[in-house]
Design a protein around this ligand. Structure first.
Ligand code: ARG
Length: 462
């Protein structure tokens, strides 16, 4: 059954019909669609636009359909154009005449806008929960590694020693911002569009506020054209998901590098690795690689949405039906990635010895040697130059700075004294950088504690 047969005398070409239908993918909106219809019907009854007897029948009919769809006893008939047509036809089949009154004062244009807003709100909530779990995992793991020394990198070259806790907490900050972005986008998504009709509202005395309250929306949309024609909330959603993927992907890249034989910083548990069909020795970080790979897919969805929308005249255009697969795929992908990633992190073994040994190499203490001189009154530029010479000398001798003798230090400048050796001890190097946001143990512990407060506060708000 079509919702729009009256004006037509010819048949739709069967391929054209299949081509324009969306039920294959919008069927997953059945819950949102039926909730929207329940609220709409209740309001129609309350306003006397339909009789309360009809409103009651509609409510009963829809409730039954919803229950059966959820239980799986009612199958969605994929020969319908979309989920909206299917539900309405099923309702009419069950309750007859009254079912035909449900669509009074409504269009599929505002109906689908509503469904998508409800979907995005719900998925955002689920993603927020997952992000909190990831934040928890990161802060818990960081707590265990406040003293686990590792090299910090720039250009993937060893730069200065830090701790694993500090490195993990860097990602904590990224995912925390991702969480906040999700909170923020809900504010703009939380607007109820029903009442916009096809594009220009309706003359029925709809009580939009009642529908808004019944459906748990904060606000009403403010312009009927905008209500049915914008999908910026979808784009904002997929953009925020793209950023989550960026962060996951960067972390995955590091995990892949850390798991190499050359680095040997970590071992990914068997549960999150796979083998090779030909090379028996192989243990591959496939989960991390796949998450990195799936990032492209989420970005692709964002670009699709932006491109679909970029030249659409107001108001609704069928192009907008293309929003769904992009939004659904992004949400499914990111939820799966967050789930797999959190599990993988929880099951990584960190090779502390390897990390700390690596932190000592590569003259990662050179900046601190220069700072030592500065603290003894040498201007920084000169200290930089002297330390450069010191490093070059040590490289020639194939020694670390800490392995040079005091005389060798003094040959560069007599400003060096016995205390240079304590200054260059890796723990001291790190802990001397205890300013807020720094890698020193105290600073990182503060960051972790702030992070845990953030998690607890938001868990309570959920
Ligand atoms: N399947 C359509 C969509 O997703 C529903 C709205 C249809 N509206 C219309 N005027 N054809 O956008």
């Amino acid at each position: 059954m079509k919702l729009w047969g009256g004006r037509f005398s010819g048949q739709t070409d069967s391929f054209a019909n299949f081509f324009q239908s969306s039920i294959m993918f919008d069927q997953r909106l059945f819950k949102h669609d039926i909730s929207g219809s329940l609220a709409h019907a209740k309001m129609l009854g309350k306003q006397g636009i339909i009789s309360s007897a009809d409103a009651h029948l509609i409510t009963q009919g829809l409730t039954g359909i919803l229950a059966e769809l959820e239980a799986g006893s009612l199958k969605i008939d994929l020969s319908f154009e979309d989920i909206h047509s299917f539900v309405e036809a099923e309702l009419v089949k069950r309750i007859g005449e009254a079912g035909k009154r449900l669509h009074t004062g409504r269009s599929r244009n505002d109906q689908v806008a509503l469904d998508m807003r409800m979907y995005v709100k719900e998925e955002t909530k689920a993603l927020k929960k997952q992000l909190l779990l990831l934040l928890e995992t990161l802060s818990e793991t960081a707590k265990l590694h406040l003293k686990t020394v590792m090299p910090g990198f720039t250009h993937l070259q060893k730069a200065q020693p830090i701790t694993l806790a500090h490195h993990l907490m860097a990602y904590f900050q990224m995912f925390k911002r991702d969480y906040e972005r999700l909170c923020d986008l809900i504010l703009r998504t939380d607007e109820m569009p029903l009442g916009a009709g096809a594009l220009a509202g309706t003359s029925y005395p709809l009580d939009r506020d009642l529908v808004k309250d019944l459906l748990g929306f904060k606000e009403l949309t403010k312009n009927s054209l905008d209500s049915v024609s914008d999908r910026d909330f979808c784009m904002e959603f997929v953009f925020s998901l793209s950023l989550i993927m960026t962060h996951l992907s960067r972390f995955c890249e590091e995990i892949i590098i850390w798991a190499t034989d050359s680095f040997g910083f970590i071992e990914i548990s068997d549960a999150y690795s796979t083998g090779s069909s030909i090379m028996p020795q192989k243990k591959n970080p496939d989960i991390a690689e796949l998450i990195r790979g799936k990032t492209g897919r989420v970005y692709g969805n964002l670009i699709s949405l932006l491109t679909v929308m970029k030249a659409l005249p107001l108001a609704y255009n069928k192009d907008m039906q293309e929003d769904k697969e992009a939004v659904f795929d992004a949400a499914d992908t990111v939820k799966a990635c967050l789930f797999a990633f959190t599990g993988m992190i929880e099951n990584i073994t960190f090779n502390k010895e390897k990390m700390s040994e690596s932190a000592g190499g590569g003259y990662t203490d050179a900046t601190d040697a220069a700072d030592y001189l500065v603290k003894k009154g040498v201007p920084f530029r000169e200290a930089h130059e002297m330390t450069g010479k010191l490093v070059s000398y040590a490289v020639g001798k194939n020694k670390r700075l800490g392995e040079l003798t005091l005389n060798e230090f003094k040959d560069i400048t007599p400003v060096f004294d016995e205390d240079i050796f304590t200054a260059l001890m890796v723990e001291n190097l790190i802990n001397s950088r205890s300013l807020p946001g720094g890698p020193g143990e105290k600073a990182v512990l503060n960051a972790i504690n702030d992070g845990i407060l953030f998690i607890r506060k938001n868990q309570a708000d959920e």
